[in-house]
Design a protein around this ligand. Structure first.
Ligand SMILES: COc1cccc(Cn2ccc3ccc(-c4cc(N)[nH]n4)cc32)c1
Length: 246
């Protein structure tokens, strides 16, 4: 899987060299390439922003550097088709270009599962008050474009959102996580929040571990854990419960 990231803060993504994703990059499972948007500027100040037409506070990112950078990435990728992950992908052979935005559709575990099957994703990290709309419209001529939000709060740019998304889908790419079993019983994976976890010691600051977990009775443990999932989801995120469990 190939991932391209366009940003004015390339150093931000050194974090992707650490831990699980760092190993996935070293193993060649995920090929991450970071592009400095300013490399596509032509003026002495390497300008990427300008004042908004129609007035208003803040600055908007100019379309030219974006158009040039995205074209270069897509042209390069067209020459080296990336290998799709196992499993059925979108079926649309065009590359996927994702722009984090407060105005986007909310990123969920279902999005992460879908992205994990894509052979190539380009992430565009905006800053300032966002990117000139024509960049999205022009890119949509040759790629699938998605505006994606991490949630209902405003960040200063797309870099944190892209880091979170890459972590969320990267761990689902086959070969990245050592034990795929560990991906199954997770919050949101089956639509419910995860059950509480315990480990040694059996007694800590006067607090014990639920007896059922010490019973060795696997069916009872599984039943208790599922009940805990439903109880926790009902308490914390009732909207996630399927209608029959509400
Ligand atoms: C575009 O409208 C904006 C309005 C006010 C501030 C900003 C700042 N900003 C610039 C680029 C950018 C990319 C993503 C996000 C973002 C995503 C989520 N979930 N929250 N915030 C915020 C971004 C943009």
């Amino acid at each position: 899987m190939r991932v391209d990231i366009v940003t004015i803060f390339p150093e931000f993504f050194q974090v992707l060299d650490v831990s699980l994703l760092g190993k996935a990059r070293q193993d060649g499972i995920i090929d991450v390439r970071v592009h400095d948007l300013r490399d596509a500027t032509t003026d002495r100040h390497r300008t990427v922003d300008d004042t908004p037409y129609g007035g208003g506070a803040g600055m908007v990112m100019k379309p030219e550097p974006w158009g040039q950078t995205i074209d270069a990435i897509l042209d390069d990728a067209a020459g080296q088709p990336a290998v799709p992950a196992e499993g059925s992908g979108s079926g649309d052979a065009r590359p996927l270009v994702v722009f984090p935005s407060p105005a986007g559709t909310v990123f969920t575990q279902a999005t992460a599962r879908r992205y994990a099957l894509e052979p190539h994703i380009v992430f565009g990290c905006g800053r300032y008050e966002g990117i000139d709309q024509r960049v999205f419209d022009d890119t949509a001529e040759r790629a699938r474009v998605e505006l994606v939000s991490l949630g209902d709060y405003v960040l200063n740019g797309g870099e944190v959102a892209v880091t979170a998304m890459i972590e969320a889908f990267g761990r689902l790419v086959p070969g990245v996580v050592g034990n795929p079993e560990s991906l199954v019983e997770e919050s949101h994976e089956d639509g419910l929040l995860e059950y509480p976890s315990y480990t040694k010691p059996a007694l800590w600051r006067g607090r014990e571990v639920p007896d059922v977990l010490l019973s060795g009775h696997h069916a009872k443990i599984a039943a208790w854990r599922h009940e805990q999932q439903i109880e926790r989801t009902r308490r914390v995120r009732p909207e996630l419960l399927p209608p029959e469990l509400r």
